[in-house]
Design a protein around this ligand. Structure first.
Ligand SMILES: Cc1ncc(COP(=O)(O)O)c(C=O)c1O
Length: 385
C-alpha cells in the first residue's frame, strides 16, 4: 500500500488548497488525466474514426462496464453507462409504464434534479407523489418504519438516496428493499454519495435501480456515470432514449433488435477517453487498500472533523454522533450567512459548500484528507466567525 501522503500528492488539485467538496466533485488523479490525454492522442494517431479506433472503443466500453460491475458485486449486463446520476434516474423513472393513480413515494432529502423528474412524471401521467419524512430520522427513529407508514396499495416506486447529500445519513437499503418488494414496489436509489465511498453489493441489497456517477467519490472525470438495473427490473422496464449502442442486430434497413440487458439504455457516441479516465481513477484508489479499508479511513477522518468542528462554541454539527459517512454538515451561529462563510473560506483556499435544506455548510472528508486539513479548517472557522 503506498504511503498515504505520497498517494495524495498524485492529485494536482490538492496542491494549493484545502479541499472538502468530494461529494460535489472529486479531483482527478494525475494518472487519470494522463490516461485521458493519451487516449485522445491515440485517437489522433489511429484516426478518430478507423477500424482500429472502433475496436479500441468497443473494448473500453466493455472494460469500464466490467470494472464498475466488479465494484458493485454485479454482472456487467446489469450496468448501463451514462453521463451522471441524474441521467440514470431519468432512465429509471421514464421507463416505467405509469398508469393514472399510481403513486411514487419520494424521500424528503432528495436532490432537486431528481425531484424535478418525479414532478414531471406526476404531471404527465397523473401519478401522485407522496413525501416520506426521513430527515427527522437523522438522530434517531427508524427510516424503514417511516417508509412503511407511507406505502399504499397504489405505490409503484420508492425514490430515495442511499446516503443523504444534505445530512450524510445512510439508509438501511436492504431492509427497505425487502419491505418494498414484499408489496411489489420497485426501488430507485440515488447513489451520488455512496458510489466510491461505501463497500457495495447491489444484488445483496436487492435494489432495482441504482444510479451513480464517477466524478464524485471515485474522483473520475465529470461526464461518466452509470445505472445498475436488476435483471428482474429490466424485464418489466423499457428504454426511453434509444440509439445504436443499444442495437444488437441490424439485418435490414428498417428493423433492428435491441439488447435484452442494460446495454439497451446506452444511446450513442460518448467521450470514450473519459471512460479510460474513470477506469484509471478506480485503479488509482484500488492501490490504497480495499473499499472497506478506504471507507473505514473516510469515517475516521469524518469523526475527527466532526469532533473538531463540534468543539467550536459557534458550530453545531447536524449529527449528534460521529457520522458513518464522509459528509459532515454543520451550522455556524454568527451574524454571517453560511454562504458568506463559504465564500470567505474559499478566498483562503478552503473548498466547502452550503446546503439549502437544512441551511448548513457541508465538509466532505475522503480517505486521503489529512488531520492537518481539518485542523486548519477549524482554525479558519474560529478566526472568520
Ligand atoms: C444526492 C445527489 N443526487 C444527484 C446529484 C447530481 O449528480 P449528477 O450531476 O451526477 O447528476 C448530486 C450532486 O451533487 C447529489 O448529491
Amino acid at each position: 500500500m503506498p504511503d498515504l501522503h505520497q498517494h495524495r500528492q498524485q492529485f494536482p488539485a490538492l496542491a494549493h488548497k484545502t479541499y472538502f467538496n468530494y461529494g460535489g466533485q472529486g479531483p482527478l488523479p494525475q494518472s487519470s488525466l494522463n490516461a485521458i490525454l493519451d487516449s485522445y492522442h491515440q485517437g489522433d494517431r489511429q484516426g478518430p474514426f478507423s477500424l482500429a479506433q472502433g475496436q479500441w472503443e468497443t473494448g473500453i466500453i466493455q472494460k469500464l462496464r466490467g470494472a464498475i460491475a466488479a465494484e458493485l458485486q454485479a454482472q456487467p449486463q446489469n450496468i448501463a453507462l451514462t453521463e451522471n446520476v441524474t441521467a440514470g434516474c431519468n432512465i429509471a423513472l421514464w421507463g416505467i409504464d405509469w398508469q393514472p393513480g399510481d403513486e411514487i413515494l419520494l424521500g424528503d432529502c432528495e436532490h432537486p434534479g431528481i425531484v424535478g423528474i418525479v414532478q414531471e412524471i406526476a404531471a404527465r401521467f397523473d401519478v401522485k407523489i407522496r413525501i416520506c419524512p426521513l430527515f427527522d430520522t437523522l438522530n434517531g427513529g427508524d427510516p424503514t418504519a417511516a417508509i412503511a407508514q407511507h406505502l399504499t396499495p397504489q405505490t409503484r416506486l420508492l425514490v430515495i438516496s442511499h446516503l443523504f447529500w444534505n445530512t450524510g445519513q445512510i439508509l438501511p437499503l436492504k431492509e427497505i428493499c425487502t419491505l418494498c418488494h414484499s408489496q411489489n414496489i420497485l426501488v430507485l436509489v440515488d447513489a451520488a454519495q455512496s458510489f466510491g465511498m461505501l463497500p457495495l453489493d447491489l444484488p445483496g441489497l436487492g435494489v432495482d435501480f441504482y444510479a451513480f456517477t464517477g466524478h464524485k467519490w471515485w474522483c473520475g472525470p465529470a461526464g461518466v456515470g452509470g445505472l445498475y438495473i436488476s435483471t428482474e427490473a429490466i424485464a418489466q422496464h423499457r428504454p426511453t432514449f434509444i440509439g445504436w449502442r443499444g442495437v444488437t442486430q441490424w439485418e435490414t434497413t428498417t428493423e433492428v433488435a435491441l439488447a435484452q440487458d442494460a446495454r439497451c439504455y446506452e444511446v450513442a457516441t460518448s467521450a470514450y477517453p473519459l471512460y479510460v479516465g474513470l477506469m484509471e481513477a478506480i485503479h488509482f484508489h484500488q492501490q490504497w487498500g480495499d473499499t472497506a479499508s478506504r471507507y473505514q479511513q473516510i469515517c475516521d477522518r469524518s469523526a475527527y472533523c466532526w469532533e473538531k468542528l463540534n468543539a467550536l462554541p459557534q458550530v453545531q454539527c447536524l449529527k449528534a454522533t460521529p457520522p458513518a459517512s464522509g459528509l459532515v454538515s454543520f451550522q455556524v451561529d454568527t451574524a454571517q450567512s453560511h454562504s458568506d462563510i463559504v465564500k470567505a473560506l474559499e478566498a483562503q483556499g478552503f473548498c466547502l459548500r452550503t446546503i439549502r435544506f437544512p441551511d448548513c455548510i457541508r465538509a466532505c472528508t475522503h480517505y486521503f484528507t489529512t488531520t492537518a486539513d481539518i485542523d486548519q479548517l477549524a482554525i479558519a472557522l474560529t478566526t472568520l466567525t
